[in-house]
Each structure stands twice: as structure tokens, then as C-alpha cells.
Write a protein that binds this ligand. Structure first.
Ligand SMILES: Cc1cc2nc3c(=O)[nH]c(=O)nc-3n(C[C@H](O)[C@H](O)[C@H](O)COP(=O)(O)OP(=O)(O)OC[C@H]3O[C@@H](n4cnc5c(N)ncnc54)[C@H](O)[C@@H]3O)c2cc1C
Length: 438
């Protein structure tokens, strides 16, 4: 079997692995990175079809200092796209109507999204004493602070939009540690938010994408890595050696070995079985991280078929309102070049924790129902002129109640196995910015 040697080997060319390899290359280290896909970027995939630009994974990201540094370094600023001003508007569906939501006391009293009693309960948030939130679920934390209805109609859909998870199982301190700090330090989320705004750090970071979609970022890193990036190579076995590690890869039946001293794992946690000869502790830890499946239905319409003003980013649907349609992004209202002139592009989301699918066919059938609900909410007449369905069997890892223990086990495995480290969206957050680090 042919063999190659390198000092550093990165497994997985999603955005986590690519950023790590790029960083190592820039630091002058000898590095190789491998992925089974023939395209770099992992779940970040942008495809052009009939003049529509579809993002199968992230459609945009929040800017971080580290992302901004990488984008500048790659010379990608010219292709950077900011969303339209209207995209700052967000909507939530209730009783067949889309309600605009915004973080201001005016919203609480002006909106029809919440009942009168829910508004009063929400307004009392600053007067609810703090409690120990370290071992609370997301559902318990927000129901306690904001009341049950505000949790169901504000928090649950928003978290569904980010994690596609089930708040009754999600670990608050792992998902939103900052809000726990707000409660502890300021006694209230409203006061914490006000203080953060005054300090200029309300968390409202600028959203961005690129002219040809989010995949421009991984593609550009891949270009810099050149022949250091080995695509179409499935990792089939990893063993420990005296000098480090030996990784077996396979392309169309042809096997190859890569020897390395330092091994960076940037594969999904669901690939845990590959670690069994290296660290049983890490194998068992990763095996405990659940993933949810998701389906995405891309729809293109003529602008005149749509009666809604589409002045926003899109909308979210609380689980109480629909099991099928979790939300929709108004792609061409955010980045106008996503659809041909005179047309509009949308992405509808189905699945996640609210509706786990056992197969792609089950997801596709939920998408048919979701499309009906979507058209009714948006006041759309006639059929879509463009349709495309994409299914992720394991879309997003879930930070559930045992997550801190899992992370502690991974850190212990890193300490026990010299040269091994773990990266990926199961560790420091699921957003693109979290995966790039910093
Ligand atoms: C539908 C969806 C929408 C999202 N929307 C947003 C958004 O709008 N904004 C945002 O910030 N984030 C969003 N995210 C989250 C974010 O995009 C991901 O968390 C992030 O891109 C994950 O990167 P990663 O490198 O950690 O993992 P991945 O992208 O999963 O990369 C892992 C890589 O490992 C490779 N691999 C797996 N097994 C093997 C093997 N045996 N051999 C070789 N290679 C292997 C895979 O091919 C893949 O390339 C979204 C995610 C999804 C799924």
C-alpha cells in the first residue's frame, strides 16, 4: 500500500478542518487534509441551478474578528455580501399570520403574537429572582424567566432555527452560556441585554455571505491549500504508532496510508467508530452526541405570485403551530442575486428534533405539507416555477444535557493521547464563526 508522511494531518475538510489546516500552513507547518467528498466545505455547499443560487448548508454567517481576518487574508472582501436593510426584520407565525418580532419593550405591548397574560408575564421578567441555571434545560430556563407562552412562541422557534433541536433536552449552559451570565450578573435577561447594548456588545453581529454563496469561503481556503488537500478520500482506519498515527484512506478501491505525528479530528462526531484503536474514551464520548436530520425545500416563484411584502429575513414557526414547516428563509430578499430578475427564492425547513425522519422519503413528504402551509402564510398563488429538495440525514449535532461531560471526556482523551485534538461543530458551537474559531 502506498504511504505518505506528514507532520500534521487534518481529518475532514468542512469549515472546521479547512480553517485548522490553513492556520497550520500559514504557521509554516507541514500539513495534509483529507475528505471523502469531492468538494471542500462539508455541509457548506452552494449550487447554482436555473439562475438560482442555493445554499444547502449555511446561508449566511455572523461576522467575528477571526472570520474577518481570514476573509481579508484570502482576499475575499470584494465578493463579500451584506444583507439588505430589510433583512433585519424577523417574523414568527401564529394562527396562520406572520408577526414581526424585534427586541424592544415596544414589541411586547404592540404585538399580537402573544396573549395579554403572556405579555404581562414577559414584562415581569426583570423582577423574577435569579436561580442556579447550570443544570437547566433550555426549556426550563426560558419558561422560568419569560413564562411558558413566550418560551413557546419566541424562544422555541428561534432555537429551532439555529439548532433544530428540542429545548426540553438542550443544555442551557452549553447552548447559551452568556444568558446565564446575564441572569447571574444583572438579575435579569432584559437588564443583561441593556447592559450589553450599552457596552456595545449586544451580540447583534453583522451577517454576511458571498456573491456566489457561502461555499466561496471553503473553496477559497481549499485553493490556498492546493495539493495539501486530498479530496474524494474516505478515511477507513486510524491506528496509533510509536511515532504518532497511521491513517488509511481509500479512493475508488485504492488504499493509501498517511503517517503523521499530529492528528486533528474535524470529522462529524457520528464517525466515532474510526477512533476505536486510538482512544476508547473519545470513541464513547463522541458516540453520545446526537444529530438531527433536516430537509430543505428550495422554491422559486415569480415575484407577482407573492402578496407578502417579503421585507425580512424570513420566518419561524413554533412547534405548537406546525410539526412540518419549521421556518423559511426569504433568500432573494436578503441577497437579491439569489434569484433571477423578477423572481424570488425561498428555503423551507422541515425536520429537526420536532419531526425526526427515518428516511429521505419521509422528509420529502413532510416538505409537501410544509409547502402548502408556506404558500398560505405568504399569500402565494399558483405553483412554484422552481423546486429542489435537499436532505441532510445528520444535519446538526445537539448539545443536550450530558454535553459538558462529553466535552470533559474529549479534553481528557486529548491529554492522554499525545498529538490528538478534536475540532468540529460538536465542540465550541455550531455556527460557521464558532467552527473557524476566535
Ligand atoms: C442545513 C444547515 C444550515 C445551516 N445554516 C447555518 C447558518 O445559516 N449560519 C451558520 O453560521 N451556520 C449554519 N449551519 C451550521 C454550520 O454550517 C456547520 O455547523 C458547520 O459548517 C460545520 O462544519 P464542520 O467542519 O464542523 O463539519 P462538516 O461540515 O460536517 O465537515 C465534516 C467533514 O468530514 C467529512 N467526512 C465525514 N466522514 C468522513 C470519512 N470517513 N472520511 C473522510 N471524510 C469524512 C465530511 O465529508 C465533511 O466534509 C447550518 C448547518 C446546516 C446543516
Amino acid at each position: 500500500m502506498p504511504e505518505i508522511s506528514t507532520q500534521h494531518l487534518v481529518l475532514g475538510a468542512g469549515i472546521s478542518g479547512l480553517s485548522a489546516a490553513y492556520h497550520l500552513q500559514k504557521a509554516g507547518k507541514e500539513v495534509l487534509i483529507v475528505d471523502k467528498n469531492t468538494q471542500p466545505g462539508g455541509v457548506i455547499q452552494s449550487v447554482e441551478k436555473q439562475g438560482y443560487i442555493l445554499d444547502f448548508g449555511a446561508n449566511s454567517a455572523s461576522m467575528t474578528p477571526r472570520l474577518s481576518e481570514v476573509i481579508e487574508d484570502l482576499g475575499l472582501q470584494e465578493d463579500l455580501q451584506e444583507p439588505t436593510a430589510a433583512a433585519a426584520n424577523r417574523y414568527i407565525a401564529r394562527d396562520g399570520v406572520l408577526h414581526r418580532v424585534y427586541p424592544s419593550p415596544k414589541f411586547i405591548f404592540g404585538t399580537d403574537l402573544l396573549s395579554r397574560s403572556a405579555k404581562w408575564r414577559l414584562a415581569r421578567e426583570p423582577f423574577i429572582g435569579p436561580a442556579d441555571a447550570r443544570d437547566e434545560t433550555v426549556e426550563a430556563f426560558f419558561s422560568r424567566r419569560l413564562g411558558r407562552e413566550a418560551f413557546e412562541y419566541l424562544v422555541e422557534p428561534v432555537l429551532g432555527g439555529i439548532y433544530a433541536g428540542v429545548p426540553a433536552r438542550m443544555h442551557m449552559a452549553s447552548v447559551m452560556p452568556r444568558l446565564i451570565e446575564w441572569e447571574r450578573e444583572h438579575g435579569s435577561l432584559f437588564q443583561g441585554m441593556t447592559a450589553a447594548r450599552k457596552a456595545g456588545g449586544s451580540g447583534g453581529r453583522q451577517l454576511f455571505s458571498f456573491r456566489k454563496g457561502m461555499q466561496q469561503l471553503p473553496l477559497s481556503i481549499a485553493e490556498k491549500l492546493g495539493d495539501r488537500l486530498l479530496l474524494g478520500q474516505k478515511i477507513t482506519k486510524i491506528i496509533a504508532t510509536k511515532a504518532g498515527f497511521e491513517v488509511q484512506i481509500e479512493k475508488q478501491g485504492e488504499k493509501q496510508k498517511i503517517r503523521c505525528q499530529q492528528l486533528t479530528w474535524a470529522l462529524p462526531a457520528s464517525q466515532y467508530a474510526l477512533l476505536k484503536h486510538i482512544s476508547l474514551q473519545a470513541t464513547e464520548a463522541l458516540a453520545q452526541i446526537p444529530y438531527v436530520s433536516m430537509g430543505m425545500l428550495f422554491l422559486g416563484f415569480e415575484r407577482e405570485q407573492i402578496s407578502h411584502s417579503m421585507d425580512g429575513f424570513g420566518f419561524l414557526v413554533p412547534t405548537k403551530e406546525s410539526r412540518e414547516l419549521a421556518g423559511a428563509i426569504w433568500n432573494s430578499a436578503i441577497f437579491p442575486n439569489r434569484a433571477p430578475e423578477g423572481k424570488a427564492l425561498f428555503t423551507l425547513f422541515v425536520g429537526g428534533g420536532r419531526n425526526p425522519f427515518s428516511s429521505q422519503a419521509a422528509a420529502a413528504s413532510a416538505a409537501i405539507e410544509a409547502q402548502k402551509q408556506f404558500k398560505s402564510l405568504m399569500g402565494i398563488s399558483g405553483d412554484a416555477g422552481f423546486e429542489h429538495f435537499h436532505f441532510w440525514p445528520q444535519a446538526i449535532p445537539q448539545y443536550e444535557m450530558g454535553h459538558p461531560g462529553i466535552l470533559a471526556e474529549l479534553a481528557a482523551a486529548e491529554a492522554a493521547v499525545e498529538g490528538l485534538r478534536f475540532l468540529g461543530n460538536f465542540r465550541k458551537g455550531v455556527s460557521v464563526g464558532d467552527c473557524v474559531g476566535g
